[in-house]
Design a protein around this ligand. Structure first.
Ligand SMILES: C=Cc1c2[nH]c(c1C)Cc1[nH]c(c(CCC(=O)O)c1C)Cc1[nH]c(c(C)c1CCC(=O)O)Cc1[nH]c(c(C)c1C=C)C2
Length: 627
């Protein structure tokens, strides 16, 4: 929905100081810790006068934004290698006959996730940037939220709907039992509780091996592989289960303590309204609550956003997700304490032990900083750590280089955006989010090596998909032209090991996408507008053993830079979502504000996971550390 005029919103909001009430509404689904346990500084870190932020994508911009909000007089320099800010978040508005369409080349929607610090961090940022008037919230009842398809083996199969609990899921699966993609799924799920548990010595395994072991080969190859294509464009037999499915990984350990299988434990949690919360999440949820209660100034604005997002499955903005990065870029460049250096290549980051300062070497010049936040990947990190150790006269240990190399894998994704004039291009019966293509589809059905197709118009704000908050609210979506927008995603892990010259050109990718749409959906019409863009190395892949790599890099950062070098962003947080990046950006800024020099952004990996049982009804912890 378009939130409409702020006055319309305020007219139904309570007009008195709202601190506890807003904290309650926004954070009522987050667990809270006693303030004394949070180790907060009353005044900002006196050592943080000059901070460098490496990378001007969403994480770097959000980190700089948080720093300048929370540390008075801090000077910030943002270094970005491109000529532009925003990283992979790129939205393009293009005029076509009858109006315009908006093409996204990177992330396109956000999940509200209001019970998760990552979702709350984004809501907070949107409210601080004052861009909520452009918000488009796609309803939980919309076709995009309810209808998701998997293409297998030669047709679209509708996935069981989101929400409704495990019983609803089981009954939906029962109805779909004759659909080939679900063959054997019900019987595998039924015996899951009796599956042999993993060896206690196993520190990690691939998502594919984990899912196949617990839930069967059909669930792994037909369903989980499709899901992982849609999020990581990745190979489920390479991605780390311990990183991507931390809760399921832990529930198998609890199973060893006489709990009855993963699915039954999840059903019990749902029924009892309880959740397991990881140690770091608990800490930062406590910091969020405290920060909002003590410092927040836009209570009404946030309350209004939250009340809309409670009804939404996903959301975006009228000019796309780059409204967030553009607004951040603008607001930061208006601040004289922030210097933005685009087209800048970082050569090295070393450390001056005597002055406790990090030295950023860029374009032939060296500048000292009290702290550095880097969003660059493990390739750059390997170089920085090796040269810092060498300058200190220490031979760099091979483990650090190996950890950087091992965790530095990524995939290329070709994004093909197409706009068709015909508003009835897709039959009513296939309205929905789009479809994902699992690894198990025969190659003759997918010679283009596509990962999935998004029915983009469904999440662009069609009149019947958006959340409405009142009759007075003007409703407007991203596209004003009446046709249909589709996005085909090609490549990902299918192109692992391919030389750049083997990848299709953008023109070839458009032709391949049209061939795919003809075969899969019978679309023979030519698009009015078709554009493709290769996003090289855009999605990190989190290999088996990722947690151990991160623990090694954390120790190296603490010892080489005394904790003055922090990391954030998709390479380091085991997730590629924009919410996660915004959250991590906030957490590293807090680490600087509160002088937590033992936190590098990777500190959570330094110890094995521990979980706390939390009651969502009362907001209290049921049990201190479960593991
Ligand atoms: C450039 C391509 C991207 C692919 N995945 C991502 C990008 C940016 C990142 C990503 N995609 C999703 C998530 C989950 C986060 C979340 O919504 O909580 C992340 C981090 C899910 C997703 N995948 C697709 C869409 C439209 C969405 C979000 C919306 C939703 O779930 O309703 C489609 C899609 N993304 C990729 C592929 C190959 C693909 C195929 C249809 C890769």
């Amino acid at each position: 929905m378009r939130l409409g005029g702020r006055h319309a919103l305020l007219s139904h909001a309570v007009k008195h100081p709202l601190q506890p009430r807003v904290a309650q509404r926004t954070l009522r689904t987050l667990p809270r810790l006693p303030v004394d346990d949070l180790n907060l500084r009353a005044s900002a870190n006196p050592n943080a006068k000059n901070v460098a932020v490496l990378g001007g994508g969403i994480t770097g911009l959000a980190a700089a934004w948080n720093l300048q909000r929370s540390i008075p007089d801090v000077k910030i320099t943002i270094y970005e290698k491109n000529q532009w800010l925003g990283g992979w978040v790129q939205s393009e508005r293009i005029p076509v006959e009858g109006g315009h369409v908006l093409f996204e080349w990177g992330p396109r929607t956000l999940r509200p996730s209001l019970s998760n610090p990552a979702g709350v961090a984004t809501v907070d940022l949107v409210s601080q940037l004052d861009i909520a008037d452009d918000l488009i919230a796609i309803s939980k009842d919309s076709p995009a939220a309810l209808n998701r398809y998997v293409y297998y083996p030669d047709h679209l199969a509708m996935m069981p709907g989101a929400g409704g609990g495990l019983l609803t899921l089981a009954s939906q699966l029962f109805k779909l039992r004759n659909e080939p993609v679900f063959q054997g799924v019900l019987s595998s799920l039924a015996v899951e509780a009796y599956v042999a548990l993993r060896d206690p010595g196993v520190r990690d395994e691939s998502v594919g091996d984990f899912v196949r072991r617990r839930f069967g080969k059909g669930v792994a190859d037909n369903l989980a592989s499709a899901l992982l294509h849609g999020i990581y464009a990745g190979d489920l037999y390479r991605l780390s289960a311990r990183t991507l499915l931390p809760l399921l990984w832990h529930l198998e350990v609890r199973d060893r303590q006489n709990e009855p299988g993963i699915l039954l434990q999840m059903a019990a949690f749902m029924f009892q309204r309880r959740s397991l919360v990881a140690r770091n999440d608990l800490h930062f949820a406590g910091v969020y609550a405290q920060d909002m209660v003590s410092r927040d100034s836009n209570f009404d604005g946030k309350e209004a956003i939250v009340s809309v997002l409670e009804q939404a499955s996903v959301y975006t903005f009228k000019s796309g997700l780059s409204e967030i990065t553009a607004s951040l870029g603008q607001r930061l460049s208006d601040n004289p304490a922030v210097s933005i250096r685009t087209s800048s290549s970082i050569e090295d980051v070393t450390f001056d032990t005597d002055r406790s300062q990090a030295l950023v070497h860029c374009d032939g010049k060296t500048k000292p900083f009290d702290y550095v936040i880097s969003t660059l990947g493990p390739g750059e990190m390997k170089k920085f750590l090796a040269s810092t150790a060498t300058r200190r006269g220490v031979t760099p240990g091979p483990q650090v280089s190996e950890a950087c190399e091992h965790s530095g894998a990524s995939v290329n994704v070709m994004v093909v955006n197409l706009y068709f004039k015909d508003p009835n291009l897709l039959p009513q019966s296939t309205r929905g989010f789009g479809y994902l293509i699992p690894r198990s589809v025969p190659i003759e059905q997918n010679p283009e090596r596509a990962l999935g197709v998004i029915f983009g118009s469904e999440t662009s704000g069609r009149a019947d998909t958006i959340v409405r908050s009142g009759k007075d609210v003007e409703v407007e979506g991203q596209d004003t032209a009446p046709g249909v927008k589709l996005t085909v995603m090609l490549g990902g892990h299918w192109w692992d090991g391919w030389a750049p010259s083997d990848l299709p050109t953008e023109e070839e990718a458009i032709e391949m996408s049209q061939a795919l749409l003809r075969r899969h959906l019978g679309i023979v019409q030519s698009p009015e507008l078709a554009k493709a863009r290769l996003n090289p190395n855009c999605i990190p892949q989190y290999p088996v053993g990722y947690r151990d790599d991160m623990a090694t890099i954390h120790q190296a950062l603490v010892s080489e830079y005394d904790g003055r070098f922090k990391v954030a962003g998709p390479w380091w947080q085991g997730g590629v979502g924009m919410n996660d990046s915004i959250r991590k950006a906030r957490e590293v800024a807090w680490a600087i504000q509160h002088q937590w020099d033992d936190r590098t952004g990777l500190e959570d990996y330094a110890e094995d996971e521990s979980w706390f049982l939390w009651d969502r009804t009362t907001g209290n912890l049921v049990k201190d550390a479960v593991e």
